[in-house]
Design a protein around this ligand. Structure first.
Ligand code: ZN
Length: 147
């Protein structure tokens, strides 16, 4: 069963693209423990993943060992288990770098943002990092934006 996790914070909203990433993995015959339910990345990064998988296969990837794809501290992280050609890892590095300049919500040019969360009493609730375009960043309903 596919779980669709809804993500919503500070006026930003997106469903994780788990159905779409699962379809992509199946279409390309990519195996791994995550292939059953897809990855928890937001829709803006889907084109990067599609391009990355294609380039990895072209670089000699045997479509095995895909362990995890996620957003961590606002950046795209791809984990591959096992031994693979160095060219395959180069492809991954290039596309992780693409994530740093691509809005996670809509896929246009973005920047890594750090957004501090303050509760109604003015207390800090920590912060989160996310890569957003100017428009999505402008739509953050939060008084504490950090550069
Ligand atoms: Zn955007």
């Amino acid at each position: 069963m596919t779980v669709h996790k809804k993500w919503s914070v500070d006026g930003l909203e997106a469903e994780y693209a788990q159905v779409e990433t699962k379809d992509l993995l199946e279409r390309l015959n990519i195996t791994g423990r995550w292939a059953y339910y897809g990855f928890a990345v937001r829709p803006g990064w889907l084109p990067i993943l599609e391009q990355m998988f294609g380039d990895m296969i072209e670089a000699g990837w045997d479509r095995t060992g895909l362990d995890q794809i996620k957003q961590k501290f606002g950046t795209l992280r791809v984990h591959l288990e096992g031994v693979h050609p160095v060219e395959v890892h180069d492809v991954i590095d290039d596309h992780e770098a693409m994530g740093q300049i691509t809005c996670e919500l809509c896929g246009t040019v973005g920047l890594l943002r750090t957004i501090a969360q303050i509760d109604r009493k003015g207390r800090s609730r920590g912060c989160y990092a996310i890569t957003l375009c100017d428009d999505h960043y402008a739509s953050v309903e939060n008084p504490q934006k950090e550069k």
